[in-house]
Every structure is written in structure tokens, then in C-alpha cells.
Design a protein around this ligand. Structure first.
Ligand code: MG
Length: 366
């Protein structure tokens, strides 16, 4: 099986409601889709969201990296040497992890199709169902409480709350949400780097003293401030999850070695795809740390790939794969079924995606 063409284009999926974090506001998913075709006629899909404020990867950068570096590195490649293909993607250029993730997941899709096996089974997984949290955007406390109530009505029992815009309001935000949802609802929060280390400790311990029962906090301080992250991890009663601080497997190793965080958030777009994500799960196993699998604001092709990884590795115990749930439609045929909090795996070969509607072509190499 040889790769005979690589195509890329854009899809647009409107969101149910605008997505607001400490870093940005977004109204629709505008992702780059990659399609590989093999000489056997098999096709495979990958996806990358442009998330400039987090990864630095814009749509133009993703397409440029694929067109000029990654696609030429794998065109004509024989999938019998699958590992060689994944290595060529990673070594085609530095950074550009979103473009690499899109092509890497498409390679796993194609390899699974070649072996007629779903990727999560190929990786040894036996789980066929996971449950995701859902994100509540940053807004005034009463709006967030109402959004949390709506999420509970939609069946969610774990809510991720974005905080960090005007930190003085963060305790009030969480208090309003805690009062609005059932006691058993799990609340996790994401500060997206917005706090100083001391502010983080004060706010987090203030929340716990008020009995708000926060499961974990994501990225309380600046991504580069590993000493600050460790400061919070050592002093906060709320477990700390490193997100923007961990892109590569090497980043994960440094953080785990330092004891700078309790947990690590894996996102395919940060680490460059399933191949590198597997290395992070192995490191986490070695250090005895659990992982969250997360996603950017991304569509069902990429989140389906993340779900395959999540079902394959037991060290991934927290699931934040709500991208498709935030979308007002689904242009993808095949792959996981996304039903409210439930994600059911598809037993079709590869990643199981057979087609994607509405792709606006942007380029191809054949
Ligand atoms: Mg996060």
C-alpha cells in the first residue's frame, strides 16, 4: 500500500454558542482537513484546527507546512514501513504540531485500514465508550450558572469551567455554578494561564474552603513558568493539571520529573499526533501520573482520533473531548458516535471515518 495523493482543504462548522476563554472568543470551527489516498483506493482523514493563541498554528501555517514539508516527505511512501512514515512527518520540519497531528492521525487511519483493524484495538485498547465533560465559557457568574444548568439538563455530569477573566470574580463564578448544579456534578476549572502563582493558590484554596469541591485546575499560571506551576502544585489543595506547559513528550518528562504538576493534559494538536501522544502516556505511566485527553476547539475527525487514543490507554482517566458537542452540526461520516456526554467507538477499520462533507479544497500533491 503506497500513498498516492495528499489533499487538504477547509471545513466550517458553526458553534451552538460562542466559545470564550481567557485567551479568545470564537464563533465557528474552521478546521483544515487532510485526506490521504493509497494505490489500493483506501482513503484516510486527518484534521487540524488553527489555534494561533495556543499552538501558534494558523490555517496558512498548517497548509504551508503540509504543502512544502510534510506531504513531500510521505508522498509515494509504502505503508509497510508505517513507523518510517510517522517519523518522516515529525522530522519534516520543527514545531507545526497541528499540521503534523493532522497527517499523523491520517497515517494511523490508513494503517488501520491496511490491517483491517480499528486503531484503538491496534493499540491494545478494549474500552468502547468514554464520557466527556463539557466546557462552560467565561461570562458573568449568573450566565455561567445558567449555562451549567443547561449542560446538566443535556446529560453532562462533569463540567469544565473557564475562569481567569477578571480573577476577582472567579470564586463568585464557581460558587454560582456549584449552587446551580446537583451536588454530584464534577466541576473542573481551566484558568488558561491567567493567574500569578500566589493568586492561584489564594483563589484555589479559597474555593475549597467555601466547599466548592473542585476536582482539578488546568494551567493556573503562564505556560513557561514551570517554577510557578510547581509552587501552585505544592501549595494548592486542588490537583494541578499542566496543559499549555506540555506540548512534546520532552515537556511532559520535564514536568513530571520536576513534580511541577499532578496530571498532564494530552492534546494531539500540541504533541503532533497519536505517535507522540503514546510516548506521553508511557512517561505518565512511568511517573505514576494520570492524564487527561483534551482537544482544541476542533471537529469530529480530530476528536475521533483522540477518542481512539483515550480508549487504548488506561493512564488516560479524564476526558475533555467536547469539541463535537459544541458544534451545531456534524459533516463527518463514520467514526465515533458523539451523543451528549457519551462517545461510542466505531469498530470500522482505521479511525472509521469514510467521508467528510463540505471540504473547500485548498491544495493537493499527487
Ligand atoms: Mg486547557
Amino acid at each position: 500500500m503506497k500513498i498516492t495523493s495528499i489533499e487538504w482543504g477547509r471545513i466550517s462548522i458553526p458553534l451552538r454558542t460562542p466559545f470564550k476563554t481567557a485567551l479568545r472568543t470564537v464563533a465557528s470551527v474552521e478546521d483544515i482537513i487532510v485526506k490521504l489516498t493509497a494505490d489500493t483506493g483506501e482513503t484516510a482523514f486527518g484534521e487540524a484546527p488553527p489555534t494561533g493563541v495556543i499552538t501558534g498554528d494558523t490555517s496558512e501555517a498548517i497548509c504551508g507546512a503540509i504543502e512544502h514539508h510534510i506531504a513531500p516527505a510521505i508522498l509515494g511512501w509504502d505503508m509497510d514501513d508505517f513507523q518510517g512514515a510517522t517519523q518522516r512527518v515529525q522530522s519534516a520540519l520543527v514545531h507545526n504540531t497541528s499540521a503534523k497531528a493532522a497527517v499523523d492521525m491520517a497515517l494511523w487511519d490508513l494503517y488501520g485500514k491496511k490491517l483491517k483493524t480499528p486503531v484503538f484495538r491496534l493499540l491494545g485498547g478494549g474500552k468502547t465508550h468514554i464520557m466527556t465533560d463539557i466546557t462552560v465559557s467565561v461570562n458573568p457568574p449568573e450566565v455561567m450558572a445558567r449555562d451549567a444548568e443547561i449542560a446538566v439538563q443535556r446529560g453532562f455530569d462533569c463540567i469544565k469551567v473557564k475562569v481567569g477573566v477578571n480573577p476577582a470574580l472567579d470564586v463568585a463564578r464557581l460558587a454560582a455554578i456549584r449552587a446551580a448544579v446537583p451536588a454530584e456534578t464534577v466541576l473542573r476549572i481551566d484558568a488558561n494561564q491567567a493567574w500569578t502563582p500566589k493568586e492561584a493558590v489564594r483563589i484555589l484554596n479559597g474555593m475549597q474552603e467555601k466547599g466548592l469541591d473542585i476536582e482539578l485546575v488546568e494551567q493556573p499560571v503562564k505556560a513557561h513558568d514551570l517554577d510557578g506551576l510547581k509552587y501552585v502544585t505544592e501549595r494548592s489543595f486542588v490537583p494541578v493539571l499542566a496543559d499549555e506547559s506540555v506540548f512534546s513528550p520532552m515537556d511532559a518528562m520535564n514536568i513530571l520529573q520536576m513534580g511541577a504538576a499532578d496530571l498532564v493534559n494530552i492534546k494531539l494538536m500540541k504533541c503532533g499526533g497519536i505517535t507522540n501522544a503514546l510516548k506521553i502516556t508511557t512517561l505518565a505511566e512511568l511517573y505514576g501520573a494520570e492524564c487527561m485527553i483534551g482537544c482544541m476547539l476542533e471537529g469530529p475527525v480530530a476528536v475521533n482520533a483522540a477518542a481512539h487514543l483515550a480508549c487504548a490507554r488506561g493512564v488516560i482517566t479524564k476526558f475533555d473531548l467536547d469539541g463535537p458537542m459544541l458544534c451545531a452540526g456534524n459533516p463527518v461520516h463514520g467514526g465515533s458516535r458523539f451523543e451528549s456526554k457519551d462517545i461510542y467507538m466505531c469498530e470500522d477499520a482505521g479511525l472509521g471515518v469514510s467521508a467528510v462533507d463540505g471540504i473547500v479544497p485548498l491544495g493537493a500533491l499527487a
